[in-house]
Design a protein around this ligand. Structure first.
Ligand code: HEM
Length: 449
């Protein structure tokens, strides 16, 4: 079955049509030639924007000189009501200090500590999965939110506060088309930013709930009664350079981004992975067989080789964060073109993942490619779902463990089938989602578990 791809727009459209399309969905606002081009320049009256698919340029921006290509202030402004000074939006010294405090909590050894909580979330997801016709995106959001609450704060999603945060985030995301536009397009400052009614209120409600959780945890740490989870680890870690720890307010900013970056993205990947398995029953059966003998130990993950390749292939075809945006701060030469400071640089994991000059059969689902030698070079140049360089996703290892584990646990308990006439259409809002959800027919497997 063909893997869904958004219909591209015609090559030439007016700026206003482009902005309108962009607001609806960044993916279908782009022309088909971007799957072949190494670079594309967009000229508008307000800004110049360069989409860079050339691997050497991507490396320059993310790995070789990341300090010269910071995130734009406008991205921070667009997300400020919710994220404040979170590590996702800060730059320079502040960002470096935040990473020094956060990164140790996500290192390999620490990841092992979160495994029991992830496993428990997987069991809860298996228990929650319905049979018959099921919309699996909503299901995946629930499961991924559960993983975050259990690993960060040692509480399941059924907890009253966790449920309240989850619902407040959903209310916030209903305002996302505006957020999308405000966050990615550097419109001039005199244009009204137009937060949709309710955005600020929803953000304030989320922050109120997270602040209460964080303050409670600070009190538990002081009393010596705090559980040893990710929140505690981050809150007790001192910056090795300055000796500072996060104050409650700054920790709230980080919790907000862990929740947003950590559950929306993982949910998107899990939803698409389930659809891909449903569309490729022979792969699904092999994944179920691989998962059949799985035991609740961290080391079990390393034996789920096919499941891992399925998840990697899912992230190539449907990277949850489809594009990343940076800004030039000094004159640059991009493939012979002079680029001024203040230009927008767009790195598209979506286009790189399906780039015709990087991958063979770019739109095909082929988990076996991950065992082939040629994939090494393609992956180095075109597999960017977690970004790269010092600003790489903090939760990459966590997300790979979570995604592989949940997929394996679900595939060994259930059989998923596509529903005729319901091929999901990818659209990019905060993450890559299906336009009308991902509907699958779900039956329980007998005997195997
Ligand atoms: C499949 C799941 C995930 C994907 C595809 C993903 C992808 C990404 C990408 C592409 C970025 C870079 C964005 C940019 O530079 O503009 C990023 C950053 C980030 N991610 Fe993830 N992420 C995932 C899961 C997680 C999880 C589970 C967590 C935490 C629990 C997390 C925390 C973060 C944070 C804190 C940043 C900001 C890092 C920085 O700017 O220094 N992510 N993620």
């Amino acid at each position: 079955m063909r893997v869904p791809k958004p219909a591209p727009r015609p090559d030439r459209v007016s700026l206003w049509r482009y902005l309108r399309l962009f607001r609806e969905d960044i993916l279908s606002a782009q022309p088909a030639r971007l799957y072949r081009a190494w670079m594309a320049e967009f000229r508008t009256p307000f800004f110049r924007s360069y989409m860079c698919n050339d691997p050497a340029l991507v490396r320059r921006v993310l790995q070789e000189r990341p300090d010269d290509f910071p995130k734009s202030d406008r991205v921070r402004e667009g997300l400020a009501p919710l994220l404040g000074q979170s590590v996702f939006v800060t730059n320079g010294e502040m960002w470096k200090r935040q990473r020094r405090i956060i990164d140790p909590a996500f290192e390999g050894g620490r990841l092992r500590d979160t495994f029991p909580a992830m496993w428990a979330a997987g069991e809860a997801a298996v228990a929650r999965m319905g049979t018959g016709l099921v919309e699996v995106e909503e299901f995946a959001s629930h499961a991924a939110a559960d993983v975050i609450f259990r690993t960060l704060f040692s509480i399941p999603i059924e907890d009253r506060d966790a449920t309240a945060v989850f619902h407040a985030f959903r209310a916030y995301q209903r305002t996302q088309p505006i957020l999308n536009l405000a966050a990615f397009v550097p419109l001039p400052r005199w244009l009204p930013r137009g937060f949709r009614r309710g955005t600020r209120a929803a953000a304030a409600e989320i922050r109120r709930l997270i602040t209460a959780m964080t303050a409670r945890r600070a009190a538990e740490i002081a009393a010596g009664t705090a559980p040893d989870d990710l929140a505690t680890k981050i809150m007790v870690t001192a910056d090795p350079v300055t000796g500072e720890r996060f104050e409650t307010e700054e920790m709230v900013d980080q919790v907000a981004i862990f929740f947003l970056a950590g559950h929306e993205t993982s949910a998107s990947a899990l939803g698409w992975a389930l659809w891909l398995l449903a569309a490729h029953p022979e792969v699904q059966e092999a994944v179920a067989a691989e998962a059949a003998g799985m035991v609740p130990e961290f080391s079990a993950l390393s034996r789920l080789k096919l499941t891992r390749d399925v998840f990697r292939e899912t992230l190539r075809l449907f990277p949850p964060v489809p594009m990343m945006v940076r800004e030039t701060t000094c004159p640059e030469d991009f493939r012979g073109r002079a680029v001024k400071p203040g230009a927008q640089v767009v790195l598209s994991s979506w286009h790189l993942g399906r780039h015709e000059r990087i991958w063979s059969d770019p739109d095909g689902f082929d988990p076996a490619r991950w065992g082939r030698e040629e994939t090494k070079a393609a992956a180095r140049d075109g597999w960017l779902p977690f970004s790269a360089g010092p600003r790489v996703c903090t939760g990459a290892g966590f997300a790979m463990a979570e995604g592989v584990l949940l997929l394996a646990m679900l595939a060994r308990a259930f059989r998923f089938e596509v529903v005729e006439g319901r091929v999901p259409v990818p659209v990019a809002h905060l993450t890559v989602r299906a336009k009308d959800g991902i509907w699958l027919r779900v039956t329980r497997r007998g005997g195997e578990i």
